[in-house]
Ligand binder design. Structure first.
Ligand SMILES: C[S@@+](CC[C@H](N)C(=O)[O-])C[C@H]1O[C@@H](n2cnc3c(N)ncnc32)[C@H](O)[C@@H]1O
Length: 411
């Protein structure tokens, strides 16, 4: 895909104009604009530059400050939200929850029906998991739509970035299995005309998409990181199960931490490094970025995670403790009666009070072994953020505060 094509798509998207209005405004035939947006022809560089300048001058997007072009601003914000999960990442995590998916309706609500590894995984494994249904919705401005196959909706119209789409299935032929090739999935979807235009833009917060949420049992997806907390809050409000990719920074957000503390959400298996495909127009980076032999661009995150409320074996396993408490090795915080434990492996087996432990503890947490008392972050006004973790005036990393579970008398 040519970067100029992606730039035109981005410019039209940030302008908020439909293809027709945008084409009319810049006196371009609509069919030419469609060819540019669908990578069939490349727009001249001076046209892209001119449109960018005009839109910036007009400040169509009032919230953009002067100076930088619309394109640069919109793109750099967007790049951080466009991480596409690999099939292996989905399959590896899902392997731990297979029985819980039987007879369930799965919703992938940030997913392109033909390109996303989530939809491919659930289609190929539909019968193996014994699913009752699969619904995948895609957002109108998808940057990958049409990148794998010439696609059409139920009316034989090519899929376009102007629309949100929904794929809804209640059965998948037995011939499609986890070993099937992607092409088999694509041709099944095309033949079945299973992908339909949404009325709206496919925003998971829209009334139309919330109706799909209400029909589902489990949400499995990778939302834009900037919308992670909104997605989780919505799912919890609708009392659904979820298995969702996020950034570990979200663990201490005020919408997420209370769920962890109250055992309404916990960390999945893969926690730390995760590789993602990124769109072909993503900017190169100095670290955690590479291009493979096929030209596919990749980025990795060192602090990715799955967040879930589906029960799993790991959270019933006791963390083995082999250290013994002594006051020299475990100093107290300056402002709070709790000890600093800088490594999870050093949690003492015999300390009854509150302990500050690294955030990676959450990946080992067994709620029958420890209570989560709060967090020691940076003294924000969140009621669970109890103090700033300093020892002898030195600020430590943010800590999770835990305490050994007390045995209730007579229990
Ligand atoms: C991080 S990417 C993940 C894509 C895909 N689920 C995957 O991992 O392969 C986030 C996706 O959410 C879509 N998206 C952005 N804003 C959205 C919204 N408000 N509602 C639903 N989807 C959205 C983007 O178009 C993009 O496809």
């Amino acid at each position: 895909m040519d970067t100029l094509n992606a730039q035109i798509r981005e410019l039209r998207k940030v302008s908020g104009l439909s293809q027709n209005t945008f084409a009319e405004k810049f006196e371009i035939p609509t069919s030419t604009l469609q060819d540019w947006e669908h990578d069939r022809r490349t727009p001249p560089v001076y046209v892209v530059g001119m449109i960018d300048k005009i839109l910036s001058n007009e400040r169509i997007i009032g919230r953009l400050s002067a100076g930088n072009s619309i394109l640069n601003k919109a793109k750099s914000a967007k790049d951080n939200d466009e991480f596409y999960t690999t099939y292996e990442t989905v399959a590896r995590e899902m392997a731990h929850y297979i029985p819980q998916f039987k007879n369930k309706v799965v919703l992938c609500n940030c997913d392109d029906p033909f390109e996303s590894s989530f939809s491919k995984y659930f289609i190929k494994n539909f019968n193996h998991l014994g699913l009752k249904g699969l619904i995948c919705t895609s957002y109108y401005a998808s940057r990958v739509i049409g990148s794998e196959s010439e696609l059409v909706d139920e009316n034989n119209e090519p899929l376009s970035t102007d629309n949100g789409y929904v794929l809804s299935l209640t059965s998948v032929p037995k011939r499609i299995t986890p070993e099937s090739k992607d092409e088999a999935v694509h041709s099944f979807l095309k033949k079945k005309k299973a992908v339909k235009k949404l009325k709206g833009n496919g925003d998971f917060r829209s009334a139309e998409c919330i109706k799909y949420l209400d029909q589902a049992d489990i949400v499995v997806t990778n939302p834009p990181f900037s919308l992670f907390r909104e997605l989780i809050s919505l799912i919890v409000e609708h009392d659904k199960q979820f298995l969702v990719i996020g950034n570990q920074n979200a663990l201490t957000y005020k919408e997420i931490f209370p769920l962890i503390q109250e055992n309404k959400a916990w960390i999945g298996y893969q926690f730390g490094d995760m590789e993602f495909r990124v769109p072909s127009d993503s900017e190169p980076r100095d670290t955690r970025y590479w291009v493979d032999e096929s030209g596919q661009k990749w980025r990795s995150l060192g602090n990715a995670m799955w967040l879930t409320n589906i029960d799993m074996n790991r959270r019933h396993q006791e963390l083995a403790l082999c250290k013994v408490y002594d006051s020299l090795s475990y100093p107290k915080y300056d402002e709070y009666d709790a000890i600093e434990v800088s490594k999870v492996a050093d949690i003492p087996m015999d300390y009854e009070g509150i302990m500050g432990v690294p955030i990676t503890f959450l990946n080992k947490h067994n709620p029958e072994q420890f209570d989560i008392v709060g967090e020691a972050n940076h003294g924000s006004d969140n009621s669970f953020d109890l103090f700033k973790p300093t020892v002898d005036g030195k600020l430590k990393f943010k800590r999770i505060l835990i305490q050994k579970k007390r045995l209730v008398a007579g229990a």
